[in-house]
Design a protein around this ligand. Sequence first.
Ligand code: C2E
Ligand code: MG
Ligand code: MG
Length: 570
Amino acid sequence: MRGVTLKSRATAFACSAGALVFILSLVLGYTPDQPDDIGHISRALIIAILCGTMSWASARQTVATTATAIDTATDRLLSAAHGDLQSPVPADIAHELPDLAVAMESLFSQVRTNLDHVQTLALFDQITGLANRTSFCRQVERHLAERVEEGKAALFFIDLDGFKSVNDTLGHAAGDQLLARVAGRLREVVMAQVSAGSGDAVIGRLAGDEFTMFFPNLPGQSAAARIARAIQFALGERFDLGSQHVDLGASIGIACYPDHGDTLTALLRAADVAMYHAKHNGRGRAEMYTAQLALEAADRADLERELVLALQRNEFLLEFQPQIDIGKGSAVAAEALVRWAHPERDLIMPGSFVPVAEESGVIVALGDWVMDKVCETAARWAAIGISQRIAINISTRELGQADFFLRLRHAIATHKTPPAMLELEISESLAMEMEQRILNQLAALRRDGVRVAIDDFGTGYSNLSRLKELPVDRIKIDRSLVRDIATSAEARTICSAVVGLIQGLGLEVVVEGIENEAQIDMLRIIGCTQFQGYHLAMPTGELDYLDRFAGTITSVGPERQSHLLFLRQS
Ligand code: C2E
Ligand code: MG
Ligand code: MG
């Protein structure tokens, strides 16, 4: 009786010790998703079993004569700790200590299953079942290291076109389903290529909607181009997601070994550069890497760095271009346009740096600078009795920032800017895609007095019923719509229909890009009164602007005169 109690206490002690050690080793060292997880878990388990068994055994040795079997069990556990999970538990353990033998077998089997599972998690993308980044890179590196044959290898960088909007509109579950379908089609492309003799390939999903493919053995670059066409064809077919049909496409960058790089890093970079080019040349394209593309990418990287420095050195400035109401004969608003006063070059126009700033994200800091400067200027104008609004161009990237409106309100509060002095210009495509959160914030700003305009109207695709629902006050018709209005009856018809529609929705119309009097004459007949363009005024510095469009020096009151004097001196 006493022996049984002792034995069960020893066993309980042993189990608790083992469990405690296991839990402690996990808590102290286990971090999910790290490549070392496999080793760590197995080590933790084995150490736990070892400790538990030794505690158990030492306790039991005092009540039984099974020292040899315990030594064998210790040895077996030590060999398991060194990685041997396959050899069977020795027979003498099973004979002397059958419970322990069963426990050891079952634990080894459990650890083996867990290891398999962790290995799968560590190497495969959960959504698509394709190799994840780590696994893809390892496999390509192994292929490159083991290459013996002549010939080319090709790496494809595939970025889906239009995936984000599917995710945004249909939700993440549909997005995941779509990614799995894309993976399925990529597998089919590889299978077709394999049966056509292109050798096996590795497919990976690097992140988000970025996929990669590596063919270790191709006859030449033309074979790579053919595979790219097959990928585009496969992904260009419509996807059916239950009741939804989705049209996607892909921008593909191709880099060939050894011409464009002989390491994985070099090939990935080259394929990425080529993919970027494909994306920016109108999407749905495949581009082979070239040295010229590399130069362009390097220039872009230089420009990105310079833009950050330019912000730190305060090299940006604003010019203002009036929007003139012909009926009233005066300016109603000024559009603020950013310029870069580069220390070694002429004034640089936004067309040369805003797109790069948008891609790199520098636009957020640059946009903050513009926002602050405009709020400060508008507050000064209001203080001297000028009621013209100042319009700020807002890029998609800025508006996408969760705290954009917070920062804008902060700038307004800092400078005590009357909200009615501000106007936000948002591009047509952005206006059509704005999510509810942004629409609500814009509506709130409008209630406070800020005006909202859609810029460059006519350059993108507009859903007219959506236009009616947007929180906007004004539409700026793009210059491309009015360029030929004085000479082309067709242009007149289109413009007249567009203007009628906008006014029919109760919105104001401003026409951009007015370059001659004939355009104004024609647009007045159509019913427009507000114009902006070189014919009326070029964008200009604040002082010149105020001089010309805030009333003449002689006609302004004493505060304005002293303000102008202050601006001239500063
Ligand atoms: P936008 O907002 O459509 O601005 C009007 C552009 O048309 C300005 O070019 C202006 O100088 C030009 N323009 C005005 N009248 C005429 C005309 O009669 N004929 C022609 N051909 N052009 C005319 P700019 O200053 O080079 O700016 C180009 C674009 O850069 C702007 O187009 C806007 O999208 C962007 N941009 C300018 N400043 C900013 C800014 O502060 N932030 C952001 N995010 N974008 C800005
Ligand atoms: Mg604008
Ligand atoms: Mg515009």
